[in-house]
Write a protein that binds this ligand. Sequence first.
Ligand code: NDP
Length: 444
Amino acid sequence: MSYVDEIYAKVVEQNPGEAEFHQAVKEVLDSLKLVIDANEDKYRKMALLERLVEPERIISFRVPWVDDNGQVQVNKGYRVQFNSAIGPYKGGLRLHPSVNQGILKFLGFEQVFKNSLTGLPIGGGKGGSNFDPKGKSDREVMAFCQSFMTELSKYIGADQDVPAGDIGVGAREIGFLYGQYKRLTGLYEGVLTGKGLNYGGSLVRTQATGYGLVYILDEMLKNNGKELAGKTVVVSGSGNVAIYATEKAQQLGAKVVALSDSNGYIYDADGIKLDVVKEIKEVRRGRIKEYTASVPSAVYTEGKGIWTIKCDIALPCATQNELNLDDAKALKANGCFAVAEGANMPSTREATDFFLENNMLFMPGKAANAGGVATSALEMSQNSQRLSWSFDEVDAKLKDIMVNIFAKANDAAKRYGVAGNYVAGANIAGFEKVVDAMMAQGIV
Ligand code: NDP
């Protein structure tokens, strides 16, 4: 058995019930096979893969808080500190009922390679809780965040581990978490990113993941003799990533015709009116079906099915495994030629393979959504320098980073004889930097 296959078998055996983690490891190891096989003896002796797939540390804790009826509630809290070879752990916090250790391990593992691709000095981590912020009052969310941070604060710090937002964690939650950290430690430091602009946040951080996704999409299209202007785009989700991907795609001349949430999707043949979506999602915290009240010509459909809408380009921006093989086939049959992932691992392995086998342009989340964490790292730089850069300055840096990520993935794919396979390219390029650092730092 090859070293890669042996390690994958061990991961499955030693991490039972963690399907998403197995899936993420398999995808990465499959693309790294060429690189590993060429250095098998050296890597095996150093147990490099064994160390790469095992988090440096997982912190798991209880989060008790009191709801508005005076009832005590208890949630599970986690922080997975996956790999710090190239910098302090960096990665978001997710608050969603589906959160468990396996999902956070998959996200933390992906984060290691993503952060490496940005070219910035940040290691990989991820955290969160099975707390569901939906339907909770502001006071309940604050009570939860304060309790969560009371425990988490023991393990994080501006030079140690710097969490950020993810699903269910936006400006409100980051504010509550930051306030509690400061109160407990007395430190006014860049321990979280995604902060408000008047207390250390960076311009463009809110837009960064969505904007970055469209910057790299644009670069991929140009490199393949195509352009974004005039194309029809379907975006799934209607949260932070989806909204700002839509905004940038529209600015660059594309027409976005659909958005969704976990209940259903809207189709607006005339192009999504983003001000209506922002009002529903960012101000009222409502459901996407409310869009039709403001735009009666749009159609709302309950349930899944967004990928059956005819489009040139698909941008999955909701959650993991939201796009399966049937969806991939439907997209192709309707003329879709490019897919870029705003969410983390939104395409199943079968869907990803289908895109690659059918020569569709496909940019995996690890590269495509790295703009969020890259801008978080720019927020850390500004905090360390006690400076604030202008919107245009940060946006220009973000664009540069995304163009560079494309170049790295493109170049690595070519070097290993799989030109155009940006999944392999991104995995290999991300891996090379982390592994060089791990080898240099000895057995730790
Ligand atoms: P938000 O919480 O702002 O939005 C998530 C969106 O996805 C909502 O519309 C939500 O609908 C929908 N959604 C969530 N779970 C499901 C589900 N099980 N089925 C269908 N729809 C679902 O999160 P973000 O926009 O921040 O994150 C979206 C994705 O992008 C995630 O995979 C995240 O890890 C990834 N990402 C985010 C980054 C960031 O900077 N925010 C950075 C890099 C990656 P509903 O409201 O109904 O739950």
